[in-house]
Design a protein around this ligand. Structure first.
Ligand SMILES: C[S@@+](CC[C@H](N)C(=O)[O-])C[C@H]1O[C@@H](n2cnc3c(N)ncnc32)[C@H](O)[C@@H]1O
Length: 281
């Protein structure tokens, strides 16, 4: 790529309203194979497609995530979910009875490290980043969107399932999930119109719209969580500050222990739901 090609790209990106035209031209120039290819990539970006979908990857939480057009672009704020999950995996005690039982079933897919599920996985970015931070896990992922499932397979290589929430997962995982990441769609329907055009026009509505108060999919996940989490297992879901009270109430109604984690720098918050070790008598 010549300096003239890049300069032309910067001018066109700037004219299209890209605030970081120089940076974006450098990223596009880094993947373009020749001037014609660069021009095509600039066209797509100038029409408003997210940069990450145009170049086919996003750098997220220390990993490079492959992306396909139409797949949700992982957001920096979701690093809170990754770090919270990693801390949980490193620090939560292992149940010796469960480990012994798993060890006795040598061919069982549950034998080995802790079990993590990335539900509503999109590209699989969260699971990929958690596995990068804590390699010794068994990772499973699922999404209802076939394009997202194909993309997650690009990133995770295996154990990605298609279907509605828990119905997509192998039955063997029921009651055995140590950490359940569920970055569900949580934008309230009325707020979808306020999202940036990049999200509204290039990410599927099903990746964004969480119903009237944004918590419809979250409530469905919480309803199934007690059954699918291992005793002591933890569910993590990103929410907005305005949703915190209702999300905590939903968790308590499901018989789980609720918490909120926040990161001001990331402008991120998540609700946590822990299955008690022992059911109430
Ligand atoms: C906000 S995106 C999050 C994607 C990914 N976890 C991330 O953080 O980058 C929500 C994802 O949930 C998926 N989804 C929505 N409803 C679903 C359902 N009922 N069952 C499974 N996946 C669903 C969408 O297809 C989308 O990929």
């Amino acid at each position: 790529m010549t300096a003239t090609d890049l300069a032309g790209a910067i001018v066109r990106l700037r004219a299209a309203g890209c605030v970081f035209a120089e940076d974006e031209a450098a990223v596009l120039g880094g993947v373009a194979t020749d001037a014609a290819h660069l021009s095509g990539l600039v066209d797509r970006r100038a029409r408003g497609e997210p940069l990450e979908q145009v170049v086919g990857f996003a750098d997220f939480c220390g990993v490079r995530v492959r992306l396909r057009p139409g797949v949700f672009v992982p957001r920096i704020r979701s690093e809170l979910l990754v770090h919270t999950a990693s801390t949980e995996l490193r620090t939560a005690p292992t149940d010796p009875l469960r480990e012994k039982a798993a060890g006795e079933r040598a061919a069982d897919p549950l034998t080995g490290g802790k079990t993590v599920v990335d539900l509503c996985c999109g590209s699989g970015a969260l699971g990929l980043a958690v596995r990068h931070e804590v390699p010794a896990i068994r990772l499973f992922a699922a999404d209802s969107d076939p394009v997202a499932v194909a993309c997650a397979l690009d990133n995770l290589g295996r154990d990605v399932f298609q279907g509605d929430l828990f119905a997509a997962l192998p039955e063997a995982l029921r009651g055995h999930i140590d950490v359940l990441l569920a970055n569900v769609p949580y934008v309230a329907t009325d707020h979808i119109a306020l999202l940036p055009a990049e999200a509204r026009l290039h990410e599927p509505r099903t990746a964004l719209d969480g119903g009237a108060d944004g918590l419809d999919v979250f409530r469905a996940v919480v309803a199934g969580a007690a059954d699918w989490l291992a005793p002591g297992g933890l569910l993590l879901s990103e929410i907005t500050a305005a949703q915190a009270e209702a999300a905590v109430a939903a968790v308590r109604d499901a018989g789980l222990r609720a918490g909120i984690v926040e990161d001001e720098d990331l402008d991120a918050r998540a609700v946590t739901a822990r299955r008690p070790e022992h059911p109430k008598r």
